[in-house]
Design a binder for this molecule. Structure first.
Ligand SMILES: [Zn+2]
Length: 100
């Protein structure tokens, strides 16, 4: 079995977030997609980065959620704030900005 050298570091989190933004910009051209579909798609194209054994420890909490999912959501929020994408209720995303 392949052993990843990645650890849950600030560098790792920065890498996921940047990589996820690139993925989302491309993927959502064919959207809208649910967040769960975006998790699945990102893990398919970035299997090494999306290491399920590296759990989120952000803000001092320990959860059962992989860190990469946390950072994919940060990437969604970046693009939303930059008005590149917007929410589709109840849990989807599509290209397009809204004011505010
Ligand atoms: Zn986290």
């Amino acid at each position: 079995m392949h052993e990843s050298k990645l650890t849950n570091s600030p560098e790792y989190r920065r890498l996921i977030r940047e990589s996820a933004r690139e993925f989302l910009r491309e993927a959502l051209k064919d959207g809208p997609f649910e967040t769960s579909q975006l998790y699945e798609g990102f893990q398919t194209v970035q299997p090494e980065l999306c290491n399920d054994s590296l759990l989120c420890e952000c803000r001092g909490r320990r959860t059962d959620e992989p860190e990469w999912k946390d950072n994919l959501r940060f990437a969604l929020d970046d693009l939303r704030r930059w008005r590149e994408i917007k929410r589709v209720e109840p849990s989807g995303w599509q290209i397009g900005g809204t004011v505010g």
